[in-house]
Design a protein around this ligand. Structure first.
Ligand SMILES: Nc1ncnc2c1ncn2[C@@H]1O[C@H](COP(=O)(O)OP(=O)(O)OP(=O)(O)O)[C@@H](O)[C@H]1O
Ligand SMILES: [Mg+2]
Length: 511
């Protein structure tokens, strides 16, 4: 049927009991299409059906009044036997009513024999082929879409502009536990609090696609979360637009989200609780640290005072070994005093009020370098201090950080043949805080020990022989943390060390 050339008919079945009419129609067809067109004749319905069973026809020309069948039943029998074959009725009666009925039940055309001539017959036959071709296509396409709609995992609903349901697929009926949805208002099936979302969907204009999450109410009162994706269906120009909505069940996802949220809240609460505990413990430790350090100063001051008195008053009374021991007592007490002062300074940083301002870090670093160089003018150190480095922070505290880091670089590069000390800023990666670096080419250290360096009084074995008490980096880190920044180190034994820090803002990944 599909391949049929519209300009010719090869295989026509003419079911007609009047031999004169049969002859006339056959002549018309041969005249028009030549001998290519085979016209098979059948004088009764039964003979016609037998012909159709034997081999299909391009078209059937059918008389309704046959010896064994009269009226539209004749057509129905032919149509049932060959549903894809177009049928043109050639009737002896010119009955308008029958003609209308014939078209309604699926005949392609109805011609009254007495008005039919060659031209009108051929035109009608062509028209018939075209119409049947289209209806077969339509039927196929409808079957295809019905299969898609009925096998879809999603619920599918078609709504009028007032939300009346025109169609609902089986999946949606199952989801809602109701087989009779057509004619009901979709608004009854949506949870009241989600109606604004539905109203938003109802405003979907032709060509648009909208989606929203809503809860559908089942017949048993249960609510199911779905994501509803709506598109506007304009069936033909001028018709009221309808909405086609696909509804995917997302209750599993919503459940997982709720569990995740509960878990997150629980975790947040636990983190907050732990943080509070940690803070309280820190405060306690701080105050203990401060009290101990503070209280130790007084007796230590006494020891130092009396030792000094003994030295000055009894200088010539004391035998030499005892005088030497006294000097050692004084020296140890002074060291202890230094440690206590450092501890006090460290604990003060936590409470100190910061006065942040824009700082010229290059100048600050140069000042430290000059002081160090003055302390040992003959030591050849190459200072590489970059210009115009700025940062935001408390002037005194940041100067302490630079002092500690540069002093370490100076100290631990003392044995290098040509010490080089560098202060600079890393090329900025957009959005991150600037990273400052103090680098030397001194003794370096094992990275495995790097975290220990920042705890008070922690010194590495490699630092033996260099003076110091191990408080510098702990102080520097606490200052940096007070600024909301990060301080970290990179090194290898014998390869020098690099200390990086930021003064707040988002730290780079390396930190
Ligand atoms: N630039 C560096 N090169 C190699 N090792 C270093 C460097 N800076 C610090 N360290 C190691 O880290 C330890 C801790 O440093 P920190 O500055 O806290 O103490 P310190 O320099 O020993 O004494 P203080 O700074 O209190 O005078 C040092 O003892 C040393 O082992
Ligand atoms: Mg130090």
């Amino acid at each position: 049927l599909i391949d049929l050339d519209m300009n010719s008919f090869h295989n026509v079945l003419l079911i007609e009991d009047n031999p004169g009419d049969t002859r006339l129609v056959t002549e018309y067809l041969h005249e028009r299409f030549g001998n290519d067109c085979a016209v098979r004749g059948a004088a009764t319905l039964e003979a016609g059906l037998a012909q159709l069973r034997h081999s299909p026809a391009d078209i059937v020309l059918l008389d309704l009044g046959l010896p064994d069948s009269v009226g539209l039943e004749t057509f129905s029998a032919v149509n049932a036997a060959a549903p894809n074959t177009p049928v043109v009725i050639l009737s002896g009666d010119d009955d308008e009513q029958v003609a209308m009925r014939a078209l309604q039940v699926g005949a392609e055309d109805y011609l009254a024999k007495r008005h039919a001539d060659s031209a009108s017959l051929i035109r009608s036959m062509r028209h018939a082929v075209q119409r049947r071709r289209m209806s077969v296509r339509l039927r196929d396409s409808e079957a295809r879409y019905r299969t898609i709609v009925e096998t879809a995992e999603e619920g599918i609903v078609q709504l009028d502009s007032d939300a009346t349901i025109r169609f609902a697929n089986t999946r949606l009926c199952n989801l809602l536990g109701s087989s009779d949805l057509v004619g009901r208002s979709f608004t009854e099936l949506v949870k009241a609090s989600d109606l604004p979302a539905l109203m938003g969907l109802m405003c979907t204009a032709p060509g648009e696609r909208n989606s929203a999450e809503l809860r559908l109410l089942g017949a048993d009162g249960s609510a199911t979360w779905v994501v509803a994706a709506a598109g506007c269906l304009v069936r033909h120009p001028g018709s009221n637009p309808q909405l086609v909505v696909m509804l995917s069940d997302i209750s599993a996802r919503k459940l997982a989200e709720a569990e995740l949220l509960a878990l997150k809240r629980g975790l947040e609460a636990r983190v907050a609780e732990r943080t509070a505990q940690l803070h309280a413990a820190n405060v306690e430790l701080e105050s203990f640290n401060y009290t101990v350090a503070h209280d130790l100063r007084t007796p230590l001051g006494g020891i130092l005072g009396f030792a000094e008195l003994m030295r000055t008053d009894g200088e010539h009374l004391l035998p030499a070994p005892q005088a030497q021991q006294l000097a050692m007592i004084e020296h140890s007490a002074r060291t202890m005093q230094g440690l206590i002062d450092s501890l006090l300074a460290l604990s003060k940083i936590s409470h100190q009020v910061l006065h942040p301002q824009t700082l010229d870090l290059s100048t600050m670093a140069r000042r430290v370098a000059d002081q160090l160089q003055v302390s040992e003018p003959l030591r050849p150190v190459q200072w590489l201090i970059a210009d115009h480095i700025e940062g935001e922070g408390d002037a005194n505290l940041v100067a302490d950080v630079l002092g500690n880091l540069l002093h370490n670089a100076w100290k631990y590069s003392a044995k290098a043949e040509r010490a080089v000390i560098h202060f600079g800023v890393l090329p900025n990666i957009t959005g991150n805080a600037p990273v400052y670096v103090v680098r030397d080419n001194g003794i370096g250290f094992e990275m495995a020990t790097a975290t220990r360096l920042f705890s008070p009084f922690q010194r590495l074995p490699s630092a033996r022989g260099f003076e110091g008490s191990g408080i510098g980096l702990a102080t520097a880190r606490r200052i940096i943390e007070r600024h909301g920044g990060t301080l970290w180190a990179e090194s290898e034994p014998g390869q020098g060390a690099s200390f990086y820090f930021t003064l707040g803002g988002r730290p780079p990944l390396a930190a």
